[in-house]
Ligand binder design. Structure first.
Ligand code: ADP
Ligand code: MG
Length: 440
């Protein structure tokens, strides 16, 4: 709204910085015309931004602006001649004409990104952005999720897709760590302007692992400016984080609030079916066939993240080719146990079953078998109970390791053992002892 008119300088009040930038971006010509018409050619425009700090409203010092813009944002330099003037923070030598490297791994595509309940929204949003960068309201698109759940793969797939379709777009993938280092180097080398100029030319900026910016105020501030510039110029921004934005400690509020403009989508740990599909895809890519039984075993044994799952497959393939053995169940179990023991962080269902059978003096085959006598049923239920306590496997996966029982059987076992622990002192002690034996 008009605020004051002094010496042919019109001040208008806007509710936020964003508003100001948006007006500049979209209505600069219209505003100029209006000024020409009402004040004349020498008329200038100034913005006064209302800063909302709690209940008090105060005016920020106005931002002076000559409407025939001296700093028009959508005109990021793009000619070959201009390009020569910029130094890419990625390279020591000057940029050749054309766009710089995108730093994308071509193997990360949508085609080999398996869809499942765990990633449906994120994948769909990512695909929408890939098809129409900066046209959707998913700008910025923020993908978050734990380690190894496919964040980097997904955002690189977006980048690869755009590059494949729109060759003239400058797509850039950068980890937040690299961004930070480039920024530090730019300060050191007195080339901050080059750094900024470089990033402001990007059409699609993919910034991976923004949690890394936590507590790095200056880097954040710089990113904030780049972000605003790109967003205002209608450029697409894609980010990832290992936690939801609101849990990003040490990231400035004004930056966080920017993240909310677009869409935030999470990646969950993959469910069983998705794990099966991921293993199968991986094997097809490697040109290797293994029995479905083994695939099931792997999918039921590792359900924390996709990277681990891939790790097991890779080492399984390596084992098989090194020892010239075929990939059978024994080798799969051996490889898996080896990996699990090595990391010493997970207790497998098989080791739990072994401990329980040793304690109660029954056979593993009985635990996994169909026998329903009490001397077998009780240890079997206890082993299920301990598996639930000590692993983070789903009920379905636990059931699988007990001769393919379904999850309701496992629930029943857990309830029965819980009751037993309350009613039977001696049994409670025994179970405690077995659990203790797994503490490292
Ligand atoms: P993050 O960045 O979340 O830590 P990555 O994107 O690096 O995880 O994924 C780890 C590995 O798992 C990569 O090799 C990736 O290709 C693979 N991966 C993750 N999710 C999927 C999926 N849905 N389909 C196929 N492969 C996947
Ligand atoms: Mg990653």
């Amino acid at each position: 709204m008009p605020h004051k008119l002094v010496d042919k300088k019109l001040t208008i009040q806007v509710p936020s910085q964003f508003f100001y930038e948006w007006l500049e971006d979209n209505y600069v010509h219209l505003l100029r015309k209006a000024l020409d018409y009402s004040i004349g050619r020498e008329g200038t425009l100034e913005y006064s931004i209302i800063v909302d700090s709690g209940n008090t409203t105060q005016n920020q010092p106005p931002i002076g602006y000559q409407v025939p813009n001296t700093r028009k944002v959508e005109n990021a330099p793009n000619t070959a001649a201009d390009e020569k003037a910029f130094k890419s923070p990625f390279e020591v030598k000057e940029l050749p004409s054309g766009h710089g490297d995108s730093f994308l791994n071509p193997h990360y595509t949508f085609d080999n990104y398996i869809e499942g309940d765990c990633n449906r929204l994120a994948r769909a949003a990512g695909f929408a952005v890939a098809q129409k960068p900066s046209v959707t309201s998913f700008n910025p698109l923020m993908i978050y999720g734990g380690v190894g759940l496919g964040k980097t793969h997904l955002v690189q797939a977006i980048g690869n897709y755009i590059k494949g379709k729109l060759q003239d777009k400058f797509v850039l993938y950068v980890s937040s760590e690299k961004f930070t280092n480039q920024f530090i180097n730019a300060i050191r080398d007195n080339s901050l302007q080059d750094f900024m100029n470089f990033y402001m030319r990007v059409d699609v900026l993919i910034l991976d692992d923004v949690q890394f910016l936590s507590g790095k105020e200056k880097t954040q501030e710089t990113f904030f400016h780049i972000f605003n510039h790109l967003h205002q110029s209608g450029k697409q921004i894609v980010m990832t984080s290992d936690r939801p934005p609101r849990q990003l400690k040490g990231v400035e509020d004004r930056l966080l609030s920017r993240f909310k403009w677009g869409l935030t989508a999470d990646l969950q740990t993959p469910d069983y079916e998705t794990r099966i599909a991921i293993i199968q895809k991986k094997l097809i890519n490697e040109g290797i066939h293994i029995d479905y039984e083994i695939i099931e075993y792997l999918a039921h044994s590792i359900d924390s993240n996709v990277r681990e799952l891939e790790g097991v497959i890779v080492s399984l393939i390596a084992q098989a080719s090194l020892t010239r053995r075929e990939i059978n169940m024994a080798l799969a179990k051996q490889t898996l146990n080896h990996l699990v023991n090595e990391s010493e962080k997970e207790t497998s269902v098989d080791t739990i079953i072994e401990a329980v059978t040793a304690f109660f003096d029954v056979r593993v085959a009985d635990i996994k078998g169909k026998g329903r006598t009490r001397s077998i049923v009780v240890p079997r239920q206890i082993a299920m109970y301990i598996a639930k306590e000590l692993t983070d496997l789903s009920l379905k996966s636990i059931g699988y390791h007990f001769g393919g029982r379904d999850h309701s059987t496992v629930i029943h076992a857990i309830q029965t053992v819980s009751d037993m622990i309350h009613a039977d002192q001696e049994m409670a002690e025994n179970i405690k002892k077995i659990i203790k034996s797994f503490e490292h």
